[in-house]
Ligand binder design. Structure first.
Ligand code: AMP
Length: 236
């Protein structure tokens, strides 16, 4: 099963992805995390991506698609994945669809669209802190760690991403509205979009997502058609 988490930067995709992948037996594939890993290691992908990321622009489609498809070919993603931050353009969505059908004979299961009003997004982005070890995201107001500045899981000191600074965050939102928002209609037309209210507590957002996916899993016949699966159950 391949699920996509869709939403603006700051909508809470990363937070939800971390919670969901611990509750659903599925690999977490975050294009942003993969880029940051490549930058840290100084790979050719990382060197190419860094400038775009620092400016709040999208990395060129070909580079992202190659990186994600290589990752989906690894054993960890054999039974599917929760895609977080990919696709971000119609071209990426078409390429993903074609590649899944060609390589795995599967389609996209569902798109979980976490909807948050524009006003709330900037405020959220600038309060975000991340663990450099386990990548768990926190927020000063909405989802603070138990001890300020320290990860609950491994006690590492949290850091703020450079591209969460205000001017870059604004640019990222602009890019999202221009290039990624058209995906909402694109997937809605395909009947695959699950719209979730992202302006509630982290726990309630998770519950709404799980409930929406559970509803699908209850009706096995319908689930088989939607997910193109025959055996796996959605929620472990
Ligand atoms: P994220 O952590 O998902 O907010 O991604 C951080 C940055 O990585 C984005 O602002 C883009 O510069 C780049 N990026 C991540 N995913 C993609 C994608 N699917 N297409 C193009 N660029 C991406």
């Amino acid at each position: 099963m391949y699920l996509i988490l869709l939403g603006a930067p700051g909508a809470g995709k990363g937070t939800q992805a971390h919670i969901l992948t611990s509750r659903i037996q599925i690999a977490h594939v975050s294009s942003g995390d993969l880029f940051r890993e490549n930058i840290k290691k100084g790979t050719p992908i990382g060197i190419e991506a860094k400038g775009y990321i620092d400016r709040g622009e999208l990395v060129p489609d070909e580079t992202v698609i190659e990186m994600i498809m290589n990752h989906l070919n690894t054993p960890a993603c054999r039974n599917g994945a929760l895609l977080d931050g990919f696709p971000r353009t119609i071209f990426q969505a078409d390429s993903l669809n074609n590649a899944l059908h060609e390589r795995f004979n599967k389609g996209i299961g569902r798109i979980i669209y976490v909807k948050v009003d524009t006003d709330a997004l900037l405020q959220r982005l600038s309060g975000r802190w991340i663990c450099p070890v386990c990548q768990t995201p926190y927020h000063e107001l909405n989802n603070p760690p138990k001890i300020k500045g320290i990860c609950d899981h491994d006690a590492a000191a949290l850091y703020q991403r450079d591209d969460d600074k205000r001017s870059t965050a604004e640019r990222r939102l602009q890019v999202y509205f221009n290039q990624t928002m058209p995906l909402i209609e694109y997937y809605k037309k395909q009947g695959l979009l699950l719209e979730i209210n992202g302006q509630q507590s982290v726990e309630n957002v998770t519950n709404d997502i799980i409930e929406a996916l559970n509803v699908l899993s209850m009706d096995k016949e319908k689930k088989d058609i939607i997910l193109g699966e025959t055996e796996e159950s959605l929620v472990a």
